[in-house]
Design a protein around this ligand. Sequence first.
Ligand code: APR
Ligand code: ZN
Length: 262
Amino acid sequence: MSKHKVELAVAKLAKMIIDAEQVVVLTGAGISTESGIPDFRSPGGVWDKWAPEIYGNIESFLKDPKKFWEMAQKIAPNIFKAKPNPAHYALAELEKMDLIKAIITQNVDGLHQKAGSIVVYEIHGNIERFICFTCSASYPKGQVIRKLKKEKHYPPICDICSAPLKPSAVLFGEPPPKFEYYQSHSLAEKTNLMIVAGSSLEVAPVNQLPVITLKNGGKFVILNDQPTYMDDRADLVIIGKLGTILPLILAKIKELLNIKSD
Ligand code: APR
Ligand code: ZN
């Protein structure tokens, strides 16, 4: 997209956000790549290196948890040390300005909350707790990390029944967390504008949320660094890096509302 075309599209979206009664943002792994966390489906992404049916699937976890933990040991350090980037901060500021009602995120990295966003629905769970499938025990992340550092035993096992533990992130074949799913579904129904930022929209049921917004008369915008298969259903598509686009949108909104940029 040429610089001029991006500027026109940014101005159009800034106005759409100001005019909309309710704006919801659905984010994917693409908003965290500029924080150093690889996404899943770009070339070189997580699923390029680790076959999801073996490393990211609940059936394969229950058969052989070591596979999942082999991948987790490699990708977790990037997630733990990651910091929010300008895209996360721009969304947090738009929430503070009461211009976005909620973020629905497919990410488990917690970077929206670290950037200051309050209303965040983690529809694929997160890695703040580790759960036991056998006896439903649930441990805070810190306890498990300390245990792993001390015992160096993978996979970490449950203190109560010695079954292998799994982070509270949703694997393929698991349902999304009930509360987050129903909240996201009702937000999608009621919102006038859903902005999808940094997602390939390949994974159901999350990729149906913008369709629900469209069906209920709302508008749907995609911000992404490459085309998605839902672009033709969107009211507006801006192709570019979120770390650049979202701060541009925030700046344009402040200009239109005569708010001093700090
Ligand atoms: N700026 C804009 N877009 C970006 C950037 C960036 N800096 N970096 C990557 N992207 C785009 C990629 O081009 C891709 O289209 O973000 C999109 C990320 O898509 P995926 O890697 O498929 O991630 P996501 O859509 O979040 O995947 C959904 O799939 O594997 C499961 O549970 C996992 O939550 C994940 C879900
Ligand atoms: Zn247990």
